[in-house]
Design a protein around this ligand. Structure first.
Ligand code: SAM
Length: 276
């Protein structure tokens, strides 16, 4: 495997604090009505942004559905410098509510999705993280959200009404043949189903939908697989399972301090062999 990343990386060092990632209010105030100038910079991942305030930095995505929030997150509006009448709205990405957000803050090397990408999202729940994925892939991309729970699925469907790049599918991720007519080949699979057989679920979906050389981002909660084993052993076993199914893992990132005993593993599927 590639490397294990325990957070932080060289280059730009954002000043993220725990409070800021809960969407906490900075002492001097921040938001649409704030007089203080907020500087928004692109993150190194296209479609992801950072708000720089004197107190701390905030992870953001550009709101695909301006005016709407999904999980009570804060919004930041700024004036478009090229057109002063136009406002751009961003949503604060709370890393305590999103494993993908936590992995980004902990310095993950690649998320295998960007504006225009097609993403299959397994375990969409009521839509917290997938809404940020919808923001990232934007109007030229698409995200298919698979969720088994009808209750969470109702919220997901309601949210998707405001986001025409998000296709909610209330189905069991173990049965990809049931939704094969609705999903195209994708660039990336993101998986967060928190099930003991989650590696097999990802493998089955990759066989149907992930293009050769496509990326995967796989969240592992150790206690969902085996609550008696050391998390490091559980992670290593899951990686072995992925390898047997044609995934080449490249990176493992801990989600501490945002989530205990979780990691995110990324890599590529049926990677093309390099010519000698
Ligand atoms: N990724 C979500 C987020 O960050 O907003 C949270 C996902 S939660 C940890 C796991 C979700 O996977 C639950 O909503 C659960 O109902 C769903 N799930 C579990 N087993 C599934 C399966 N076989 N197929 C599809 N979804 C499943």
């Amino acid at each position: 495997m590639g490397k294990e990343n325990r957070g932080g990386r060289g280059g730009h060092k954002p000043n993220f604090s725990n409070r800021s990632q809960r969407g906490g209010r900075p002492r001097t105030g921040l938001g649409a009505k704030s007089k203080q100038k907020t500087i928004i910079e692109p993150h190194r991942f296209p479609g992801v942004f950072i708000a720089k305030t004197p107190q701390y930095d905030l992870l953001l995505t550009k709101n695909f559905s301006p005016g709407q929030t999904v999980y009570g997150e804060k919004k930041i509006q700024v004036t478009d410098e090229s057109s002063p009448e136009t406002k751009i709205e961003y949503r604060v990405w709370n890393a305590f509510r999103s494993k993908l957000g936590a992995a980004i803050l902990n310095g993950i090397e690649s998320i295998y999705m960007q504006p225009g990408s097609k993403v299959l999202y397994l375990g969409a729940a009521s839509g917290t993280t997938i809404s940020h994925v919808s923001d990232i892939v934007g109007e030229n991309g698409v995200v298919y959200g698979i969720e088994i729970s009808e209750r969470s699925g109702r919220d997901l469907i309601n949210m998707a009404k405001m986001r025409n790049n998000l296709i909610p599918i209330i189905e069991d991720g173990r049965k990809p043949y049931k939704y094969r007519m609705m999903v195209s080949m994708v660039d990336c699979i993101f998986a967060d189903v928190a099930q003991p057989d989650q590696a097999r679920i990802v493998g089955m979906n990759a066989q149907y939908f992930l293009k050769n050389g496509g990326g995967f981002v796989f969240s592992i909660k150790a206690t969902c697989i085996d609550s008696t084993a050391e998390p490091a052993v559980v992670f290593a076993n899951q990686i072995q399972e992925l390898k047997k199914m044609g995934f080449k893992t490249k990176e493992q990132v801990t989600l501490e301090p945002f989530e205990r005993d979780h990691c995110v593993v990324t890599g590529v599927y049926r990677a093309k062999k390099k010519k000698e």
